[in-house]
Ligand binder design. Structure first.
Ligand code: NAP
Length: 267
C-alpha cells in the first residue's frame, strides 16, 4: 500500500510499538516525525531505519505530560512538514511512575497517568487539527483490557486513564467526522520488543507461556510490526467510514473467555 505524500507524527515513535508504527508507515512512503522523551539515541536509530526504508523524517523531544511541550512539538511539526495527515498518540510513561494499587497510588502518580493519556490526547489533537485536512487519520494507542477490567491492581491509574482516552476518541470522532478526519483507538494485546521486555524475566516467561499456551488463539504474542500494519491499513482511503472505534489488534486474545482455561476453550 502506498501512502506517498503523507506526513505522520508518532508520540513514543522511538521505541516499542511506536517504532513499529513509524517503520511500517515509512515502508509505505510516509514521512515520519519520531517523538521521544529521554532516549534520543533510540529516536535517531529509528530515524536511520526510516531512511533505510526509502522515507524521511525528523526527531522531536517532548514530555507528553506537559501541555506546553506538546504544543512546542507541533510547532516543530509545522516547521518541518507544514501539514499533517496522521497523528498517533502512543507514548506512555515508564511503569514505575504510575504502577500502584488503588489504596497506595499517589495523586502525583494518578496525574502522571491521566496527563499522559487523556490530557495529552486532548492537547495533541487540538494542535494537530489546524495542520490536517480531509482524509487525515488520528489514532490513540490504548490497552482496552486494562481499561475495562479491575484485576491487575497496580494498573488502576493507567487503566482509568486509558478508559478516559477511549472515551475522548469517541467525542473527537463525532467532532471531526464532517471534516473527513477519522479518530480511532488501536488496542494491541501483549507485544514483543516493548515494555514487556523490561519486566522481570519470570513475569515475561509467565506472560509469554500464557499466550502461547492458547490465551492468544494465534499462538504467539504480537509484534510492533503487527501494530504498524494495522495503523497503515487504517490510513488507507478505504477505511474512511470507520471512526470512533476501539480496534483490537491482538490475534484474538480479547475473544477468550476469562472463566475457562484456554486448553478447554481451544478443544
Ligand atoms: N507493550 C504492550 O504489550 C502493550 C499492549 C497494549 C497497549 N500498549 C500501549 O502501547 C503504547 C506503547 O507501549 P510500549 O510498550 O511500546 O512502550 P515503550 O516500549 O515502553 O516505549 C515508551 C515510549 O514512550 C516514551 N515516553 C516515556 N515517557 C514519556 C513522557 N513522559 N513523555 C513523552 N514520551 C514518553 C518513550 O520515550 P523515551 O524512550 O525517549 O523515554 C518511548 O518512546 C502505550 O500507550 C501502551 O499503553 C502496549
Amino acid at each position: 500500500m502506498s501512502l506517498e505524500g503523507k506526513h505522520a507524527v508518532i508520540t513514543g515513535g522511538s521505541r516499542g510499538i511506536g517504532r513499529g508504527i513509524a517503520l511500517k508507515l515509512a515502508e509505505n512512503r510516509v514521512k515520519v516525525g519520531i517523538h521521544y522523551y529521554q532516549n534520543e539515541r533510540a529516536a535517531n536509530d529509528t530515524l536511520a531505519e526510516v531512511r533505510k526504508r526509502g522515507s524521511q523524517g525528523f526527531v522531536v523531544q517532548a514530555d507528553i505530560t506537559r501541555p506546553d511541550q506538546i504544543k512546542a512539538m507541533f510547532k516543530n511539526v509545522r516547521a518541518e512538514f507544514g501539514k499533517l495527515d496522521i497523528f498517533v498518540s502512543n507514548a506512555r510513561p515508564e511503569v514505575p511512575t504510575f504502577f500502584q494499587p488503588p489504596l497506595d497510588i499517589t495523586l502525583e502518580q494518578w496525574d502522571t497517568a491521566f496527563d499522559s493519556q487523556a490530557k495529552a490526547f486532548l492537547v495533541g489533537v487540538r494542535e494537530a487539527i489546524p495542520l490536517m485536512s480531509n482524509g487525515a487519520r488520528i489514532f490513540a494507542v490504548t490497552y482496552a483490557e486494562g481499561s475495562r477490567t479491575g484485576g491487575l491492581q497496580p494498573w488502576v491509574g493507567m487503566g482509568s486513564a486509558k478508559a478516559a482516552l477511549e472515551s475522548l476518541v469517541r467525542y473527537f470522532a463525532v467532532t471531526l467526522a464532517k471534516r473527513g478526519i477519522t479518530v480511532n483507538a488501536i488496542s494491541p494485546g501483549w507485544t514483543e520488543d516493548s515494555v514487556l521486555n523490561t519486566l522481570p524475566q519470570q513475569a515475561q516467561d509467565l506472560i509469554r507461556n500464557w499466550h502461547v499456551r492458547g490465551w492468544t488463539p494465534a499462538g504467539r504474542l504480537g509484534t510492533p510490526a503487527d501494530i504498524g500494519n494495522v495503523v497503515s491499513l487504517f490510513c488507507s482511503e478505504q477505511s474512511a467510514w470507520i471512526t470512533g472505534q476501539v480496534i483490537y489488534a491482538d490475534g484474538g486474545a480479547s475473544l477468550m473467555n476469562p472463566g475457562v482455561p484456554p486448553e478447554i476453550q481451544l478443544g
